[in-house]
Design a protein around this ligand. Sequence first.
Ligand SMILES: Nc1ncnc2c1ncn2[C@@H]1O[C@H](COP(=O)(O)OP(=O)(O)OP(=O)(O)O)[C@@H](O)[C@H]1O
Ligand SMILES: [Mg+2]
Length: 428
Amino acid sequence: MAISRAVAGQLDFQQVLQRVAGEIRALISYDHMDISVIFADTRDCCVAYEVGVTTGWGEEKEPKPIEKSPIRQLLRGEVDYILTGDAWQDDRFHFEGAFDAPIYEARLHSRLHVPFRVHGTIHGALNISNHEKNRYSDQDVATAREIADLLAPYVYAVIRSEEAKKLALSEGAARGREEALRLGALRLTEGMENERKRLGMDLHDQTLADLARVSRQLAHLRRQPTLRSSDLAELDHEVATCITELRRIIEDTKPGILELFGFSQAVEAQLERSVVSVHPPIRTTVIDNTASLLDSGPEPLRQTLFRIVQEAINNAIKHGRARRIRVSIDTCATDLSICVEDNGMGPAGEWDRSSGGVDNMRVRARLISAKIDFVRSAIDGVTRVAISLPLSQLTDSRDDVQDETSEVSEVIDEAAVHADPRKDLAAQ
Ligand SMILES: Nc1ncnc2c1ncn2[C@@H]1O[C@H](COP(=O)(O)OP(=O)(O)OP(=O)(O)O)[C@@H](O)[C@H]1O
Ligand SMILES: [Mg+2]
């Protein structure tokens, strides 16, 4: 009755054993007691749980092969019980590969083993040992059998609950892996989507503009009565540059001059390249009044500003029929400003009648918390794209800026509704 009360509600072998240890000792004295448990998923292995002296049997909770157990005959159901007066001398416990060292280490001489049987299947064994020789009798075997029969249903219940726990854990782990995979795939998709948008914008701002220039040149050549080889060489050069730039975009390299020589040099180079084949010629100026302040700022910021200026230049050449383009970089107490001006005829309609470029510029500006304005002044006849960036953006750590740019993928998503570069490319 005491044993029953002690184990009721226990769902852990060690606890079951601790609770009944005293009650069993009142019935059979022992120096070492353990239970061997066979789980359904590893029927050829068993795990030992000990009370009192701990030995190599109970220290490791990894299942050990029944074949190596000194009581393998009992666990395999070949015998009903094992009783010995001196386990040190009993050959049943000692064979090639037997895990019998604890018998010597814990000085276990008398030993008594009975199985836990439920529905005719052995689920483990109750093992009782004593330092003295010949301590146990047939009467003790009968008592041990009664104790084991009493404990067997509890042992069986605990085995099932342990198995359910293991199953729940492995299902949880599988669900966790599934969730991790799902999240990974989602992030990959998001990353690819952002990369696609970035590529779309780069293709628009660079390659599309290059091809448009080639197309204008071709149209110009078509109108000529005769073709000079120098005209074709110029065209050839344009196409080669276009291929190089396209390759650069594909390889995701940064604008080389921007990286090597800094912002205003890169803008200057861009201007020169863009107007080289324009007829009639366009005069260009770049004025940096900030002592290259931008070059000390974070690189993603510089690249974004460069792309904005690049499109402003492309637009000035394409739409305004400008004769002069001027890019200036200035600072005031709080902001850095970049102004792209042209003396062309200004937009025929609305700026927002955009097929991509102006929207891309706005998106890029939002990426770096910059303000962008498009102004046509009737007073001086100048078309202006004015970008203004808080100076704090330049001193922010690189990580901060990158954090912000990742936050901005949401802004891109939102803006992409209005300025999908694919639509833009398709329209062209
Ligand atoms: N510097 C400028 N001078 C005159 N009009 C301009 C200038 N910049 C932009 N625009 C006007 O704003 C409109 C929108 O420009 P946006 O760059 O979005 O498109 P796009 O240049 O026509 O096409 P894409 O950018 O795809 O080559 C242009 O169609 C044009 O009418
Ligand atoms: Mg444009």
